[in-house]
Design a protein around this ligand. Structure first.
Ligand code: NAD
Ligand code: ZN
Length: 358
């Protein structure tokens, strides 16, 4: 178990294992986190896990409220947020009850914002079912919905009481979603833990086969790293920004591609580009760049050229900066396993790498 401690009202546990849905059921029946569970799923996770969870709870005499949203990013909207709150009120949900997010990052971000807002905040438990949500979005307490002006622009910091990551859930995940999650997995190694990067390189085949032992270690280590970073800087004043490695460029590629490419894939390209630029700038050694690229090759991340317009990507990065009122912030690596936040990074080096890849 990873225990997330920090400057929060309460620390909480992240349990990573395979086949832990029964533990979720027994904790919910125990009313460990609240009386009536409000289980929020999307259409896919309802079929895969939602009905089963509800049945298991029913057998034990617990009658949860099951709420389903359409699958996909569009559900992270104020409309869907509002309709969930209305449905909970109508069902008589009180402050003593608990919201259970059963799904990927979309369900987690949306449900967390619902939990944090309903009657000024009720208990919240996360059961992340995608690799990306297990290694990233379910840890750290950022919850949000999108508004037309920007992604995640309406939200809050709201920590769950507990996170249950079931590795078995990954078995049904489409390859595209696995790769998206792996982008964030290697990121954690690149910014924080060289040994973990080597572990990923040496176990790449098992990772791609979703070997249970290996994936338990992978997910746990990512949670530890993210928890460590976040607990030092919950509200993102400084250190937390290193988690954005590959993201400044990645977001621009994501926007350019009209969100047709997965988030992790775009971040993977972002990391490749920044690492090469770091090496050209003389910050990152050639050996480190080699290992950086080798692990990504073995995992099948951001291999090959992509169809992008380099100058438009640069424009998008600068536009993003205007919104945030500051310089273009690039998270750079000064060695593999260590990141530095730079506001003065030579952007022309990034543009050159973009041209090289396109
Ligand atoms: P997602 O929640 O849309 O899930 C991807 C797809 O997989 C969906 O169609 C979903 O129904 C399906 N799915 C979920 N679990 C499954 C399973 N076990 N088997 C088969 N299919 C399954 O996307 P995601 O990649 O998990 O999350 C992306 C979201 O996370 C974005 O909105 C992003 O902004 C957010 N995010 C938040 C943070 C944070 O700190 N809060 C960090 C990173 C990303
Ligand atoms: Zn990300």
């Amino acid at each position: 178990d990873v225990i997330l401690r920090g400057d929060f009202d309460n620390s909480y546990e992240i349990t990573v294992d395979y086949g832990i849905m029964d533990e979720v059921v027994s904790d919910l029946c125990d009313e460990k986190f609240g009386c009536t569970p409000v289980v929020i799923c999307d259409e896919n996770t309802r079929e895969l896990f939602g009905h089963e969870l509800v049945e298991k709870l029913a057998v034990k005499g617990v009658d949860p409220l099951l709420l389903t949203v359409p699958a996909g990013e569009n559900s992270k909207s104020l409309d869907v947020f509002g309709s969930l709150l209305e449905a909970m009120l109508e069902a008589g949900i009180t402050r003593q009850d608990v919201v259970v997010a059963l799904g990927g990052g979309v369900v987690g971000d949306l449900s967390g914002y619902v939990a944090g807002s309903y009657m000024r905040g009720i208990n919240f438990v996360q059961v992340p079912t995608t690799l990306l949500s297990q290694v990233d979005s379910a840890v750290g307490g950022k919850v949000a919905v999108n508004i037309s002006g920007g992604k995640n622009y309406c939200g809050m910091f709201y920590q769950p009481r507990r996170v249950y990551s079931d590795i078995s859930a990954l078995d049904t995940l489409p390859e595209r979603e696995i790769l998206s999650g792996l982008g964030e997995v290697v990121k954690h190694g690149f910014i924080y833990d060289r040994d973990f990067v080597e572990f990923l390189r040496d176990n790449a085949e098992k990772v791609l086969k979703l070997d249970k032992e290996v994936m338990s270690r992978v997910v746990s280590r990512c949670c530890e790293i993210k928890a460590d970073v976040v607990s030092r800087d919950e509200k993102e004043g400084g250190m937390r920004r290193i988690l954005n490695y590959g993201h400044t460029v990645g977001h621009a590629i994501e926007t350019f591609a009209g969100y047709k490419k997965s988030h992790g894939e775009c971040v993977a390209y972002g990391m490749r580009i920044v690492a090469r630029a770091c090496s050209k700038a003389g910050i990152l050694s050639g050996d480190d760049l080699e290992l950086h690229d080798e692990v990504m090759d073995r995992l099948g991340l951001a291999t090959g050229d992509i169809d992008i317009d380099p100058s438009l990507i640069m424009e998008l990065m600068k536009r993003d900066k205007k919104v945030k009122q500051g310089a273009v912030v690039i998270v750079a690596l000064d060695k593999l396993g260590h990141a530095v936040v730079r506001e003065d990074f030579p952007l022309e080096l990034i543009e050159a790498e973009l041209k090289d890849l396109s």
